[in-house]
Design a protein around this ligand. Structure first.
Ligand code: ATP
Length: 605
C-alpha cells in the first residue's frame, strides 16, 4: 500500500547524503533507503521530493524566496516588523548573526523556525506531504498558500520544515547528481526519463531493478530532453575535435530552446525544462498548421523575436511580452519567430537515428519558411536568404579552421551569442552533451550582482513608443574625492527592457523637464558626461542635470564585454532594468573604478 513511508525517514536520508563526503557513499545510502525503508509504491512519492526540479505532475508553487518569506511570516503569526520577520525578508544578508547563512533562505528560515517548532517529528508520511504540496501548488492566492504552510508547520519539526522549504525552492543541495540518483534507482532510468521527461512513469515502470527495460524511442506529445552543446575554447580546438567529420557551423541564437510537437491541430511548445508553453500558440499555431507540411512531427529549434522594423532578431528576453501582445491582438513591429534547426520525428517515425545531413533534408521538405515567423536553419539555405546585407549568414559548411574563425569573428561583430558546430554525420541524442555539438562563445567576464547606474540620456522608441523615450543611456560615476559628490558620469550602456509600460512612463514623465535635445554633431554633450564619438552611443536627448536624474538597478546576462561603443572600459551584454531605485539619490551611482574591480575580481566564463 502506498502512503506508509514516513517523511522523517526521507529527512534522515537527506541528512546522511548531505553529510557523506564520497559520491559512492551517497549513492549507497540512497540504495539502502530504497531497499529497506521505502515501500516500492512510495518510490515516485519519494523521488519527486528528491528531484523536485524534474517533477511535472505538480504545477509551480509560485513561491520564490521573497514571497515565501512573507507567507511564512504570516503562517507563523509574526509581526512583519519583528526582527525575525526582517531576517527572513533580508535573507540574503544572513540570519541572527550577520553573515551566517547569508544567501541561503532555507537555513535562515530554519533559524527562525527552530525557535517556534518542537524537535519531535509530526509523523507526516511522504504521501501526506505530497498531498499538502499539491494543495500549495494549486492554491490561487497568498492567503491560501499561507494556510497550507501553517498546516505544514503544525505537522512537522524545524528540520523537516527546512527540507520542505528546499523542496519548494527546488534545490536540495545534497551534492549528488541527478544522474547518480537515476543510475542507483535503475540502470535504464536515465534513458527512459530522457525520452519521456516523465518521472512518475519512470518510477512506476522501473520498480524492479533487476528487470531491464527495452530502450524506448521518442513520441509526439512527450517532451524529449534536448541534446546540448559542449563548450570549447577556440576555433582550433573545435576543429581538432571534429577532425575528419563533415562540419556545419551555425549561429548560436539567443532565445528559448523550444521543441514543437505537432499532432494534427494539437500543438505543444516544450521548453528545455519540459514545460509546455501554450502562450506561444496564439501567434504560432495557425502558421504551424499551414506551414509544416506533415501532420505529425517534432521540430527542435529556438523561439526568438523578429523585429521587422530593424530587420533583425531582437535581443534576448522579450518572448513572453511579445507572446502576450499577440494574444491581446496588439500591433507591433516585433513578432515571435521560430527558427527550426532540427527535426526529430516525422510522420510515424522517430528520425533521431538518422544523420543530421538527412534530417536537414527532411527539414527542408517539411517546413515551408515564412519570413520572420518560421525559419529553418540549414547550411547555405533557409535563413541565409533573409540575412540583412553585409551581415554574416546563419549557417555554413566549414572546410577548415579559417572558415570557423571567420564565421566566429563575424558573429562577434554582429553581437550574436556565439556559434555552434555540428557533426553532419551524427544522430540526435536525448540529453547528450558530448562532442557532437560544440559551442564557441566570446570570452565574457562575470559582472556579479545588480549595478546601480544613473540615467544620462534617452533614445526615442518606434512603433507603439514612437515619439517617446523608450530606452536609456546610463552612466557610471567618475570616482570623486572622499565625501564629495561625483562630478562626471561616464557612458556605460544602453538599456530598454525590464520595466512595465507604466514604470517606463513614470520614469520618462519625471525626467522630461530635464531632457535636452542632442544636437550632435553640432553641439558637444553636457560637460559632466564623458562619451565617445561613436554614433551608436549618441542618445536623442541628454538629461541636462545629473542631480535631477534617476538611478536604475540593472542586471545583465552576467556577462560584460569590452566596450568599443561606450566610454566605460566595459559594457554589459543584454542589460535589463531590474528596478527603478527611487530610494537612492543620484550621487550613489556605482563608480567606474568599483565596477572595473568587480569585473577583474571575477573569473571569465
Ligand atoms: P548557454 O548558456 O551557452 O546557452 P546552455 O547550457 O543553455 O548554455 P548549451 O547546450 O550549452 O545550452 O547550448 C545549446 C543551446 O544553445 C541550446 O539549448 C539552444 O537553446 C541554443 N542554440 C541557439 N542556436 C542554436 C543552434 N543553432 N543549434 C543548437 N542550439 C542552439
Amino acid at each position: 500500500m502506498s502512503g506508509e513511508t514516513k517523511f522523517s525517514v526521507l529527512c534522515s536520508l537527506f541528512n546522511w547524503i548531505q553529510r557523506s563526503k564520497s559520491s559512492a557513499k551517497k549513492r549507497s545510502k540512497f540504495r539502502k533507503f530504497l531497499d529497506n525503508f521505502c515501500k516500492p509504491t512510495d518510490y515516485f512519492g519519494a523521488i519527486r521530493l528528491i528531484l523536485p526540479s524534474l517533477d511535472r505532475e505538480r504545477g509551480s508553487y509560485g513561491l520564490k524566496e521573497s514571497v515565501l518569506a512573507t507567507c511564512l511570516i504570516d503562517a507563523l503569526g509574526m509581526s512583519r516588523e519583528s526582527d525575525d520577520a526582517l531576517r527572513l525578508i533580508n535573507w540574503r544578508k544572513g540570519g541572527a548573526k550577520t553573515g551566517v547563512n547569508a544567501g541561503n533562505f532555507s537555513l535562515v528560515a530554519t533559524e527562525v523556525l527552530q525557535l517556534r517548532q518542537g524537535m519531535t517529528s509530526g509523523g507526516l508520511t511522504i504521501k501526506e506531504l505530497n498531498d499538502l504540496l499539491d494543495r500549495l501548488a494549486s492554491s490561487e492566492n497568498r492567503v491560501e498558500k499561507t494556510s497550507v504552510l501553517s498546516d505544514l508547520i503544525r505537522k512537522t519539526n524545524a528540520q523537516e520544515m527546512k527540507w520542505i522549504i528546499m523542496i519548494i525552492l527546488k534545490d536540495l543541495k545534497l551534492g549528488i547528481s541527478e544522474k547518480s540518483i537515476f543510475h542507483e534507482f535503475h540502470p535504464d532510468a536515465e534513458d527512459l526519463f530522457n525520452v519521456t521527461c516523465d518521472l512518475k512513469l519512470v518510477c512506476e515502470k522501473l520498480r524492479n531493478r533487476s528487470q531491464r527495460h527495452k530502450r524506448q524511442d521518442i513520441e509526439v506529445g512527450k517532451p524529449v530532453r534536448p541534446q546540448l552543446a559542449l563548450r570549447v575554447g577556440n576555433a582550433a580546438a573545435a576543429w581538432k575535435r571534429l577532425h575528419g567529420k563533415e562540419v556545419v557551423v551555425e549561429c548560436k541564437f539567443d532565445g528559448d530552446r523550444i521543441q514543437i510537437h505537432k499532432n494534427g491541430v494539437e500543438i505543444h511548445f516544450f521548453s528545455r525544462n519540459f514545460i509546455d508553453h501554450p502562450e506561444y500558440g496564439h501567434a504560432m499555431s495557425s502558421i504551424i498548421i499551414q506551414n509544416i507540411l506533415v501532420d505529425r512531427c517534432i521540430l527542435d529549434g529556438e523561439m526568438l523575436v523578429w523585429d521587422a522594423s530593424l530587420n533583425r532578431f531582437a535581443e534576448f528576453g522579450s518572448n513572453q511580452e511579445i507572446a502576450k501582445a499577440a494574444k491581446e491582438g496588439l500591433d507591433s513591429d516585433r513578432q515571435l519567430c521560430y527558427v527550426a534547426f532540427d527535426i526529430l520525428y516525422f510522420g510515424d517515425t522517430s528520425v533521431i537515428h538518422q544523420s543530421l545531413k538527412e534530417r536537414h533534408e527532411l527539414l527542408q521538405k517539411v517546413v515551408k519558411p515564412l519570413k520572420g515567423c518560421l525559419e529553418i536553419l540549414v547550411p547555405n539555405g533557409g535563413l541565409n536568404a533573409h540575412r540583412p546585407s553585409g551581415e554574416p549568414c546563419w549557417s555554413l559548411m566549414a572546410y577548415n579552421v579559417d572558415d570557423i574563425e571567420r564565421f566566429f569573428k563575424e558573429t562577434i561583430e554582429n553581437r550574436d551569442e556565439g556559434i555552434v558546430l555540428k557533426d553532419l554525420g551524427s544522430k540526435w541524442e536525448p540529453g547528450d552533451r558530448s562532442a557532437k555539438w560544440l559551442k564557441l562563445k566570446p570570452e565574457y567576464i562575470r559582472a556579479g550582482s545588480d549595478l546601480d547606474v544613473l540615467i544620462i540620456g534617452g533614445y526615442y522608441g518606434s512603433g507603439r513608443r514612437g515619439g517617446e523615450v523608450a530606452q536609456f543611456l546610463v552612466g557610471l560615476a567618475e570616482l570623486s574625492a572622499p565625501n564629495t559628490f561625483p562630478r562626471r558620469f561616464i557612458s556605460f550602456c544602453r538599456v530598454g527592457t525590464g520595466l512595465s509600460d507604466e514604470e517606463l512612463d513614470a520614469v520618462v514623465t519625471k525626467l522630461k523637464p530635464y531632457f535636452r535635445k542632442n544636437e550632435y554633431p553640432k553641439k558637444a554633450p553636457p560637460s559632466f558626461y564623458q562619451v565617445t564619438n561613436n554614433s551608436k552611443e549618441r542618445p536623442d536627448v541628454w538629461i541636462d542635470s545629473p542631480e535631477k536624474s534617476i538611478i536604475l538597478s540593472i542586471t545583465s546576462d552576467i556577462r560584460t564585454i569590452r566596450s568599443e561603443v561606450f566610454a566605460a572600459p566595459y559594457s554589459l551584454r543584454f542589460p535589463r532594468i531590474d528596478r527603478v531605485r527611487d530610494d537612492k539619490p543620484w550621487h550613489e551611482c556605482l563608480d567606474v573604478q568599483s565596477f572595473v574591480e568587480l569585473v577583474h575580481s571575477s573569473n571569465g566564463t
